[in-house]
Design a protein around this ligand. Structure first.
Ligand SMILES: Cc1cc2nc3c(=O)[nH]c(=O)nc-3n(C[C@H](O)[C@H](O)[C@H](O)COP(=O)(O)OP(=O)(O)OC[C@H]3O[C@@H](n4cnc5c(N)ncnc54)[C@H](O)[C@@H]3O)c2cc1C
Length: 1017
């Protein structure tokens, strides 16, 4: 089974052995080299980043002392460039810092009104200070500005590599703009460099002249639709975009480096780099480079691989060895996805790995030029000693550091005769802030070597300690801490990881399953374990390809429905007696079987309901989550809860099953919702009549098959593929049905509630309905929102799976200050996404589910065109039920388009003058399902949390993709009734709570409390 976890395990196999290089001679030499650098630094050290004489220094000091201030400060820095007026800046200062009391720097005290200066003036002064802080790390807002700085640095024998800072690339327009900017930068610098004086220490290596101009490129900047599933297509476009840049660099004798970003694009970056460099046009050019991040567990293997590659290529290339700039992100991201963390988690592990990667690179200096990028003197000293051991000329490798950091170290190494290169970002303030926050985080981290040296006053011995020794000590400490941690559900619940399609094996496996998928599969009702036949056949076509019949469903008849309920009622008598722990075990087995059949289950969804790969995988993972979560939860609920504390009696609160449960599930989460409803009923001791949506009968048949395979006794689940109006209606009305779990439209949901309320002859219970209906979900965009994130979040929430999720965004309420900018970027982003057959991984989204949905949505679009401003619509294929993502602008919040559920890829943009109006608009529909806010104002976030009427409220993220346990899901008002799926109250709805009270007093004698408790077990 290919899971990201297994994949990572096998990749990091060789990385767990921290052999301590305790060769005392070698360690001594490293120490001496380190001391030499440190000594020189003392002489060169006039002021450091951490010097308290400066505004920046005192901010750094405060952030290192006070975690809360650190978070608020970095968040404030992040939002600052988007604030346009003094009053806006002042409002945010107050919101971020007023809780800090006396314990904040004096200028912030004034900013929040505690000082003597007028708040408006103070706001201006703070903005100026933060801007100048950014300028410490950014060489200029444009290449012209930067060049002055770079030329000055060259005079101090510091080489450079220029990088363009920018907003996240969300559209192809933005991607092409980046490509143009890189080309212009190369052109412009190369022209100017023609007149630069030759400085041998930085312009020559051991073989002769090297380019004076060195440019660093970020791959993700030049293509907005990077998509792991469509690996080859993605690579091909990336290469197409990068080729002119490489070509221009080569023609103008410029060094070109491909930077490394998040782990998610690591495999892609290395493949693209290698494939480009093997092309005939580029194979002979020696001035290309890429980056290896030593904090990655698989980086040592990557260095080995690059060495082999360089040998094969025959022309040397450069590897910049860094530790890695995204440590915090990688650890959080992996934990959120339940993936193995790709980075080392002990700082000394990264340091140790850096040293061994550096050694490996230097050992192969004939094929690879090493660029040792670090500010850590121990890391550099270890590499320098190895270079000496190999007798390498000083200029056969280089040392790189970031602009604005570690000046004394740079100077010292320049004095020692090394080639030192600065990484010099160029760009405007807004994108610059993200870069500034990364630098601030890095510099103030407890683990930072620079902080240890310049702020914490660590000793030379501590600063130059052998990292492999530290690793073993820290590992021991961590092991003892984790051994003491209690493991308690649901705190320790781990969601099923999604497939990482950046790994080749699962990609190939899914392709194979899709290619082998069999059309014309037969689906039949199953009653008491027996397949039934029916002459009423429903032909389900592939929504991506109308000509293909995916399944032929023999639709259950009224007689089948009647038998199904009777059978389930009979089976209840024995199933309810099966102990809860055993019922839970069935769910665990079901989860395991789903894991084994994962690719088959995904492929079926792709064909039957047109779910794109990742969406289908998400659905299967959620189905697994429902099994594992409810199994664990039932084990807890099965323990009677003691209530009351009166002596002489014992009272317990227990749960009992209710009887036959009718499950009427939708097609949009065809396995997840169905499984969730079925297993909830089963694990709580009920029997089930399972009626899937007509459109997803084959997927449901798969669930029935799996339930049989794991040995659920015949009769406990009855499978009724059929029409809602016929068999659905019958099981709802049936007097033996006790509980109805339904997800679908408002009209049907309300009808079921009404029908269930009527007590039929022979019925001796009140039916309980758990009903989930529609939504008209909105996302609000505040004027200070991070538009990179907002555009991305809204786009996916509105158009992922063609807007056919109950949680999908169909309204976007934008504050007027940013309306135009947001709308422009959103429309450009929408233009860049592709609608394609769900089988084709290239698509951002696929078709809608069937002809009825297609006609209904198209009708809404056509009618809306006459009434509203159409901002975006694109032509789509007619081979399937494809509907273009469609955006309307300036929509009246009271119009049908803004009030009625569409369940398709149609988004209405609505303008609001302020947050109050935005929330009023958000609350103005009859639904209350999901809602979102993109804002960086703590006050507005607080207000939204209190006032927004939605069941699931998301801040600064998309509004779809609820996960079991993390985001229990469900709405209120006309969105539904009942408690949230995947949450702590859900199972209780399938049971009756019973209070059992026993009088334990016999002739004046009552057992002690402990004895009574033991009795009850
Ligand atoms: C010229 C240059 C170019 C760069 N280019 C890139 C690039 O393309 N891509 C990129 O990602 N980075 C890049 N970096 C950034 C670089 O990764 C960081 O500046 C670097 O990580 C800081 O490391 P250090 O050796 O200077 O400092 P140190 O203080 O020794 O190391 C800090 C680093 O240790 C790692 N770390 C921190 N905590 C832990 C922990 N608990 N467990 C394990 N490891 C931990 C992190 O990587 C952190 O940044 C570049 C740096 C330079 C100097």
């Amino acid at each position: 089974m290919f899971t990201p976890e297994n994949e990572m395990k096998s990749m990091s196999k060789n990385n767990t052995n921290f052999s301590t290089d305790s060769n005392p001679d070698l360690q001594k030499q490293i120490l001496i080299k380190g001391e030499e650098i440190l000594k020189r630094m003392e002489a060169n050290s006039k002021s450091s980043l951490f010097s308290k004489d400066y505004w920046y220094g005192s901010i750094m000091e405060m952030t290192m002392k006070n975690e809360k201030f650190k978070t608020n400060m970095f968040r404030f820095v992040d939002v600052l460039p988007s604030l346009n007026s003094g009053s806006d800046v002042h409002k945010h200062i107050k919101e971020y810092f007023s809780e800090g009391g006396e314990d904040i720097p004096s200028f912030f005290k004034m900013g929040v009104g505690l000082g003597s200066l007028a708040p408006g003036l103070m706001a201006g002064a703070i903005k100026k200070n933060v801007t100048s802080m950014a300028k410490m790390f950014i060489t200029g807002e444009n290449p012209q500005e930067a060049l002055t700085v770079l030329k000055k640095a060259r005079k101090s024998k510091l080489a450079f590599t220029v990088d363009i800072l920018g907003e996240a690339t969300l559209s192809e327009k933005e991607a092409l703009d980046y490509q143009r900017r890189y080309l212009e930068l190369i052109d412009w610098l190369a022209k100017d460099a023609e007149t630069w004086e030759d400085i041998p220490q930085i312009d020559h290596d051991h073989e002769g002249r090297i380019p004076k101009v060195n440019v660093s490129v970020k791959m993700t900047a030049v293509f907005s639709q990077i998509n792991d599933r469509a690996w080859d297509q993605t690579k091909s476009i990336l290469k197409e975009r990068l080729r002119p840049i490489l070509k221009s660099a080569m023609e103008k004798n410029v060094f070109l480096n491909l930077d490394m970003e998040q782990y998610a694009v690591k495999h892609l970056t290395l493949e693209v780099f290698k494939e480009l460099l093997m092309e005939p046009a580029f194979i002979g050019y020696r001035h290309f480079g890429c980056v290896i991040q030593a904090y990655l567990k698989d980086s040592y293997e990557d260095v080995q691989d690059m060495i082999q590659f360089a040998k094969k290529r025959g022309t040397p290339l450069t590897i910049r060895l860094v530790k890695g700039a995204y440590w915090d992100y990688e650890t959080v991201d992996a934990a959120q996805k339940s993936w193995d963390v790709p980075v080392y988690t002990i700082k000394a592990e990264s340091d140790w790995n850096y040293e061994r990667c550096a050694i490996l690179l230097l050992d192969h200096h004939q094929h690879i030029r090493a660029a040792l990028a670090s500010h850590n003197v121990r890391s550099l000293a270890a590499a320098l000693i190895h270079a000496e051991k190999l007798s390498l000329p000083k200029n056969s490798f280089e040392i790189q550091m970031l602009y604005g950091m570690a000046e004394p170290i740079k100077k010292s190494l320049v004095e020692m005769g090394f080639r030192v290169r600065e990484y010099a970002p160029v760009g405007e303030l807004i994108p610059g802030m993200a870069y500034l926050v990364r630098r601030l985080l890095e510099n103030t981290s407890n683990e930072s070597w620079l902080r240890g040296k310049f702020a914490d006053g660590k000793t030379t011995e501590q600063l130059l300690q052998n990292p492999s020794l530290t690793v073993s000590q820290v590992q021991l400490q961590q092991a003892s801490v984790s051994a003491k941690k209690p493991l308690r559900f649901p705190q320790n619940y781990v969601n099923e990881p999604l497939i990482d399609f950046a790994v080749e094996a699962p990609r190939a496996e899914l392709k194979k399953y899709l290619q082998q998928f069999k059309l014309h599969q037969t689906v039949q009702p199953v009653l008491n374990g027996q397949k039934m036949t029916s002459s009423d056949v429903f032909k389900r076509v592939n929504p991506s390809q109308k000509a293909e019949v995916v399944s032929e469903v023999q639709m259950a008849t009224l007689e089948h429905a009647e038998k199904a309920v009777q059978n389930a009622h009979q089976a209840f008598a024995s199933w309810k007696k099966v102990p809860a722990t055993m019922r839970a075990e069935y769910l665990v087995k079901l989860a395991e079987l789903m894991r084994r059949k994962r690719f088959e289950l995904i492929a079926t969804q792709v064909y039957e309901v047109g779910k794109p790969w990742s969406e289908a995988d998400g659905d299967v993972a959620e189905a697994i989550d429902f099994c594992t979560y409810y199994a664990e939860h039932m084990k807890q609920l099965a323990n009677p809860t003691k209530v009351g504390n009166a002596p002489g009696e014992v009272s317990e609160y227990i749960y009992k099953p209710r009887g036959v449960t009718a499950v009427i599930a939708p097609w949009n989460f065809p396995l997840a919702i169905l499984t969730g409803q079925v297993v909830s009923a089963l694990v709580t001791g009920n029997t089930v009549v399972m009626k899937p949506a007509e459109q997803s009968s084959l997927i449901a048949a798969g669930l029935m098959q799996m339930l049989t395979e794991i040995g659920i006794p015949n009769g406990v689940v009855q499978f009724l593929p059929g029409y809602g109006e016929i068999v659905g209606e019958h099981i709802v009305q049936h007097p033996l049905t006790t509980t109805i779990a339904f997800t679908g439209s408002k009209a049907v949901g309300l009808h079921i509630l009404k029908a269930a309320a009527v007590v039929k002859e022979g019925q001796n219970h009140v039916k309980r309905c758990i009903i989930e209906m529609g939504g008209k979900n909105a996302v609000v965009i505040d004027s200070d929102a991070d538009l990179d994130e907002a555009v991305d979040g809204v786009l996916y929430s509105a158009f992922g799976f063609s807007g056919q999720k109950c949680s999908a965004a169909s309204r976007c309420i934008v504050l007027e200050e940013v309306y135009e900018k947001f709308a422009d970027r959103l429309v450009e982003a929408a233009k860049s996404i592709q609608v394609s057959a769900a089988m084709d991984p290239v698509g951002y989204t696929g078709p809608v589910v069937d002809e009825e949905a297609y006609l209904r949505i198209q009708k809404t679009i056509t009618e809306s065109k006459a009434k509203h401003q159409l901002l975006f619509e694109a032509p789509v294929s007619t081979q399937g039920y494809f509907v273009s993502p469609t955006i309307f602008g300036n929509v009246d919040p009271k119009s049908d388009l803004a009030q009625k559920e569409i369940f398709g890829p149609v988004l209405a943009l609505i303008k609001a003058k302020d947050m109050d109006e935005a929330i009023t608009i958000l609350n103005s529909t009859e639904y209350a399902l999901t809602g979102g806010l993109f804002s960086r104002s703590p006050e507005n976030i607080k207000k939204f949390k209190i006032e927004a009427e939605v069941g699931n409220l998301y801040v600064n993220r998309g509004i779809t993709g609820a996960m079991v346990d993390r985001h229990p899901f469900g709405g209120y008002k006309m969105s539904g009734i009942g408690s949230k799926t995947g949450g702590p109250d859900y199972l209780k709805q399938f049971m009756e709570p019973v209070a059992v009270t026993e009088n334990t007093l016999r002739r004046g004698f009552a057992p002690t409390e402990n004895e009574s408790q033991n009795d009850s077990k």
